[in-house]
Each structure stands twice: as structure tokens, then as C-alpha cells.
Design a protein around this ligand. Structure first.
Ligand code: GTP
Ligand code: MG
Length: 450
């Protein structure tokens, strides 16, 4: 045990990975998942010295893998002077504790590893707070022996980020810290939502880049907008969202935002913690789903992204599939197959900018609806609705008509629902005012409410 702790102070931690081939999974899926876990571990600064897989009908309640297998791996780890064992699946607090006893070293799961990477990547106040909150919530139930061990070990994978300094032996303090962070996050988000209203006033439609981590979202974002967001051949290079204006060849302005990438088995807690950051995605008028076509698991990655989108209630958003990295795709037929499967998809290289004209054209036509005008009739009694309209819409014409004010406006599509009761049918304004005084029935009911 002593020997293990001292080796943890070497330049990189020696890491051993464990996967389970459950009945529901195929061997190659476990292998792919472990390969990705190895990438995550090295992104976190670990040196992967080996891995082990066990075939199981279902996870074992006490130790996830079978006790015999755990002993076998543990002996291997001691021989290899392993500092940290990382499981590819989320472990329960009890499993973590038992496994740590067996292995005699730090045992982490995929969730803790991803949280660790996020902690290193977070730059904004909000991003840091979100990660710290998720880390504390993940660790709190696991604070026992693991805890002593970690405080002796001081940091290392799974224990970095702002969380580290606050983690004392007292659970109570951790709980207090959780409460404080939650309050602080609330405040940061309130301020951000004020800023966002400013953006809505601009009335430019918002397109958000989504996709599996390392698909090339930031590279595309930088190439299109001239921004300088970090692009790196590492998982989760981007964490905090960035938004820039993009002018299309049609002279149309749109906003483009780049944000955190997705990954399979993305911890639910993290999706929850990042929901606010992902507002850029939830509020977008169009999602650009960037896919790395040169990746052997491109298909699985698409499915994983769809799953996360559904989890954040963005599953129904209009979507444009962007097949990226065609410059290094292993064969052109495969790119063609992707294009055929997804209507209106585009194939590009964010690196060489091949395919950009087609992408820009597609963006222009998919984001056009926001340029159209809507006609509204709002009773004068609904002063709050009128005020709200002025704050979010571009009002190009205003007329007064007895008890109602009529507006010709441009309104972002995601706000259409809010004003639906006041919308006039197309062409209604062409008729003489008194004759069409009655907008749809729904309007009358709204009016009598105010
Ligand atoms: N060959 C090639 N490489 C690309 C292309 N686009 C991006 N890359 C590379 O892919 C790697 C990941 O690119 P990023 O833009 O950081 O990917 P991302 O989707 O923003 O990744 P995260 O922020 O980690 O989610 C970098 O090494 C890029 O240089 C492309 O079209 N062709
Ligand atoms: Mg990125």
C-alpha cells in the first residue's frame, strides 16, 4: 500500500482499466469503449499500463465484476505498480468501497474520470461551479476510506479542480459547500440570462454545433467565424460555450455557438449539471450535428449524440447533419452512404474548408424562416405582452385599431409559441381594419383574461 502511494507522485499515474462484457453488449463494443476510456485516461494525464475485461451476465452488486476476477486483476495491478484502477461503467458507492479494499489503491469510474477532465477544462465561473457541484455530488456518498486515502494522496485523477481544495474530511462541510455552490450558480445564471435576452433582441437566428467529442466542432466554428476557440486532438477540448456572429453569403446574419462535446455513457449527473450551459443547444433554431466520418465508430457516435440530445429535450430540434473530416475519410463511398441516409446533409472538411459553400447555402435556407414577418393583434389591456414583444421582436410596423394594437414583427421561431394567441392569419392586414378586427377566437379569450 505504501509503495502504491509513493508511486502516485511520479510524473503520471499508472492506470489499469476494467470493462465488463455484459450480456447486452458485444465484445467489440467493450473494446471500443475501453479504447475510448484509455483516451480519456491519457487526456487526464494517466499512463494506461493495461486493461482487463470480464464476461458477465449482469453486474455483481457488491463489486461490479466477480470477486474472483477482482482478486485476479488486483494481483496484476500490484505487480504493475498501478496507482489507479478505472472502471468503464459507473460504480455505486458500495462497489467503489469494496473494490478499493480489494485493489488497495484508488478506484474510479468513468464518471469520475470525465468529471476530472471537465474540472481541468472549465474556464468560466459557471463552468467551474457546475463541475465542482457535480464532483462533490458524485464523491459525497463515496467519502469513507477512499477519502482518507485521497487526502493522503493529495489530488491526482478524479480529485482535481476547485473541488479539491474544499474537500475536507467532514461530509458536513462538503454538504455546506454544495449548498453554497448551488446558490452561486443560480446567481451566475440569472446574470447570464439577462445577457441572453440582449441577444434575442438582435433577432438573429441561433445555430448550435453539437456532436461527439473530437468531431471537429471547434475547428469548424473557428473556420466559419474567424474565432480562436481551442481545437485539440483531445477529448473535451471545449467546455464553455462561445457564440459568434456569422454572415452568410445572402447577407443574412446568424449566430453560431460552439459548446461541449458529447460522449457515450455521459454521466446523467453531468448532463443535469450542464443543462444551463447547454441552453445554447436547447434554444437553438438549428442544430449542426458534426460527425467525424473518419472515425471507425462514427455510426455509434451519431447514436450517442441523439441520445444526449433527447435527454436535454432537444431531440426534436431541426437538425443539419455535417459530415466532417472528409479529407481523411478512409473511403469516399462511405461518405456517400452517410449523405444518402440523411437528407439535406453536407460533407465537409473543417480543415481544408472543402464543402463550405454547400454548408453556407444549406445554413442560409434552413435558417430563413426567421426572416419572415408575423402579424399580431394585441389588446391594449395586455400591456405586459406588448412590452415583452418590444423586448424580443423587431417591430417594423405598428397600427392602432380600436381596442387592439397591430404589429408587424420579426420574431425568433422559438418564441412563436409564446405569441401564438395573438397571431393573425397571413394576409389579414390586407383587408380593411374594421372588417378583420376579430383575430382568431383564441385571441378573444386571451384578451378577456387580461
Ligand atoms: N483531418 C482533419 N482533422 C480535423 C478536421 N476537423 C477537425 N480536425 C481535427 O480534429 C481534432 C478535434 O477537433 P476539435 O475542433 O477540437 O473537435 P471538437 O469537436 O471541438 O472537440 P471537443 O471540444 O473536444 O468536443 C483536432 O485535432 C482537429 O485539428 C478535418 O476536417 N480534417
Ligand atoms: Mg471543441
Amino acid at each position: 500500500m505504501k509503495a502504491l502511494i509513493s508511486t502516485a507522485r511520479k510524473a503520471s499515474e499508472r492506470v489499469f482499466l476494467v470493462g465488463a462484457e455484459l450480456k447486452s453488449r458485444r465484445t467489440w463494443e467493450v473494446r471500443d469503449s475501453l479504447a475510448e476510456l484509455a483516451q480519456l485516461a491519457s487526456t487526464a494525464g494517466g499512463e494506461v499500463v493495461g486493461n482487463g475485461v470480464q464476461k458477465l451476465p449482469a453486474p455483481v452488486a457488491s463489486t461490479f465484476i466477480g470477486a474472483g476476477k477482482a482478486d485476479e486483476f488486483s494481483a496484476l495491478c500490484r505487480r504493475e505498480a498501478v496507482d489507479t484502477v478505472i472502471f468503464d461503467d459507473e460504480l455505486s458507492p458500495a462497489q467503489s468501497r469494496n473494490l478499493e479494499q480489494t485493489f488497495g489503491c484508488k478506484v474510479l469510474d468513468r464518471t469520475a474520470l470525465i468529471l476530472d477532465i471537465f474540472a481541468r477544462r472549465a474556464r468560466t465561473r459557471e463552468g467551474k461551479l457546475q463541475v465542482e457541484l457535480a464532483q462533490l455530488q458524485h464523491l459525497l456518498p463515496r467519502l469513507t476510506r477512499f477519502w482518507d486515502h485521497l487526502s493522503r494522496q493529495k489530488g491526482g485523477i478524479g480529485m482535481r479542480g476547485d473541488g479539491e481544495t474544499q474537500l475536507e474530511t467532514d461530509r458536513r462541510r462538503v454538504q455546506d459547500r454544495i449548498t453554497r455552490i448551488a446558490a452561486e450558480l443560480d446567481e451566475v445564471r440569472r446574470q447570464r440570462s439577462t445577457q441572453r435576452q440582449g441577444r434575442q433582441r438582435n433577432l438573429w437566428p441561433l445555430a448550435s454545433l453539437v456532436g461527439y467529442t473530437n468531431a471537429g466542432k471547434s475547428t469548424l466554428f473557428n473556420a466559419l467565424t474567424g474565432a480562436a476557440v481551442l481545437e485539440e486532438d483531445k477529448l473535451f477540448a471545449t467546455l464553455d460555450p462561445t457564440t459568434r456572429r456569422l454572415r452568410l453569403p445572402t447577407n443574412q446574419n446568424v449566430l453560431l455557438s460552439d459548446t461541449v462535446g458529447f460522449i457515450r455513457k455521459l454521466p446523467h449527473r453531468l448532463v443535469e449539471a450542464f443543462k444551463a450551459t447547454l441552453e445554447e443547444v436547447v434554444n437553438a433554431d438549428l442544430l449542426l450535428h458534426v460527425v467525424d466520418v473518419s472515425h471507425p465508430q462514427a455510426e455509434d457516435q451519431i447514436a450517442a449524440v441523439h441520445q444526449v440530445l433527447a435527454e436535454i429535450a432537444a431531440g426534436d430540434k431541426p437538425r443539419l447533419m455535417v459530415f466532417n473530416k472528409i479529407d481523411c475519410a478512409p473511403n469516399p463511398e462511405q461518405v456517400q452512404a452517410f449523405l444518402q441516409r440523411w437528407p439535406h446533409a453536407v460533407a465537409i472538411s473543417a480543415r481544408t474548408e472543402e464543402g463550405f459553400p454547400g454548408l453556407r447555402t444549406e445554413l442560409g435556407s434552413r435558417l430563413r424562416p426567421v426572416r419572415e414577418f408575423l402579424e399580431l393583434a394585441i389588446p391594449h389591456s395586455q400591456a405586459a405582452v406588448v412590452a415583452r414583444l418590444h423586448s424580443v421582436a423587431q417591430v417594423v410596423e405598428r397600427k392602432y385599431d380600436g381596442e387592439r394594437a397591430r404589429f408587424k414583427v420579426r420574431l425568433p421561431p422559438h418564441l412563436h409559441g409564446e405569441f401564438a394567441p395573438f397571431v393573425l392569419p397571413p394576409g389579414a392586414s390586407q383587408a380593411s381594419l374594421p372588417g378583420v378586427a376579430g383575430p382568431p377566437d383564441g385571441d378573444g379569450r386571451e384578451a378577456s383574461r387580461g
